[in-house]
Design a protein around this ligand. Structure first.
Ligand SMILES: NC(=O)CC[C@H](N)C(=O)O
Length: 333
């Protein structure tokens, strides 16, 4: 048996670890959430950000922004916290609003999406993060001031996010849409389709109860919000994009669960690339290769090119910067 044991093929892994330890140019992502004091709540999202940052050869810096601190009432009750939250948000290269439940901090997340949309800051909304981006668009662009999710206001006259269970509405415990579901791209000329490598569909994991109201899609599309990914019934909205924005994408699924070191999730890679000015290069790379551009070449010629089509043969010869990373994650949080 022993003679059959193969040497582990660790070259690529070792080169990636080396890269991770030596990255110096930062990319700052504001994470606008509810459990910012408990970073493990967002562990998969953090790891997905890290995988994407390493692929773009950037040192990930996560700025935790407690969503409720962005709200007007915090300006009155805790002005210092309000100032800090807004300066972190405004100092970030990109903004991510992750998934969540319950209404605490929802208004703050809506304000973060509005800031990103109006100021052309790269934005990625996941699950609740996509739903709040839709609410924000309905309020600010469609001028439906009471637009809301029925999760937060069951009486709203403009329910743009509604309870839409796949099976029984009353069967206790069975109303969550869970697990792997298929998303079909509606158009090829959009950032997310290109980032996923121009495939017809993707399978991603889900964990939610509410959905964008299918009856309002025409209104949204008329005002410029594109629903570029839908389920097989065409009734469930899976991916939104603002085509006129440098990078404004929301997804109803949780792409973080399928991200891996050396194989970052496509839309996380897009967020990081957009946040460090490399999105055009990444998209060009994607259209040349006609495949998922998760292995991304450095466009910075001053840096050694470590990843070549996923083969990392030469570890970077760079000085280790002591004391930069915390948590053993390669993340500065
Ligand atoms: N995972 C999530 O972000 C869930 C979003 C929302 N609370 C829903 O149930 O649809």
């Amino acid at each position: 048996m022993c003679s059959m044991t193969k040497e582990p093929m660790l070259e690529e892994w070792a080169a990636m670890a080396q890269t991770c330890d030596t990255l110096q140019i930062p990319v700052k992502i504001a994470m606008v959430g509810k459990y910012t004091g408990l970073s493990d709540s967002y562990l998969s999202v953090l790891k997905a950000l890290l995988h994407a940052s390493v692929a773009c050869q950037r040192k990930l810096i996560v700025e935790w922004v407690p969503a409720a601190d962005l709200e007007d009432k915090t300006a009155v009750e805790a002005p210092d916290a309000y100032e800090t939250a807004w300066s972190l948000l405004k100092g970030a290269d990109g903004i991510l609003v992750p998934g969540g439940f319950g209404d605490r901090g929802v208004q703050g997340k809506i304000l973060a999406a509005k800031y990103a949309r109006e100021n052309s800051v790269p934005f990625f909304g996941i699950c609740l993060g996509m739903q709040i981006a839709v609410i924000e668009f309905a309020r600010s662009v469609l001028k439906l001031h009471d637009a809301n999710s029925t999760e937060f206001d069951p009486e709203t006259t403009n329910p743009c996010v509604i309870f839409m269970p796949e099976c029984s509405k009353t069967h206790m415990g069975g109303t969550m849409r869970l697990g792997s579901r298929r998303t079909y791209f509606q158009v090829t000329d959009c950032k997310s389709a290109k980032l996923f490598g121009n495939v017809n569909y993707v399978d991603e994991r889900h964990r939610h109860r509410y959905e964008v109201n299918p009856d309002m899609i025409e209104k949204f599309e008329g005002a410029g919000l594109a629903f570029v990914g839908k389920d097989e019934t065409w009734k469930r909205m899976e991916i939104i994009e603002l085509p006129t924005h440098p990078y404004f994408i929301g997804v109803q699924f949780h792409p973080e669960f399928k991200s891996r070191p050396g194989k970052p999730s496509a839309l996380f890679l897009g967020l990081i690339a957009a946040s460090c000015g490399k999105l055009d290069a990444l998209l060009q790379n994607a259209s040349h290769n006609k495949q998922c551009p998760t292995k991304f070449l450095s466009d910075d010629m001053s840096m050694p090119s470590i990843h070549q089509n996923g083969q990392a043969n030469k570890p970077a010869k760079r000085l280790k910067v002591e004391g930069v990373y915390q948590n053993g994650n390669g993340m500065h949080v």
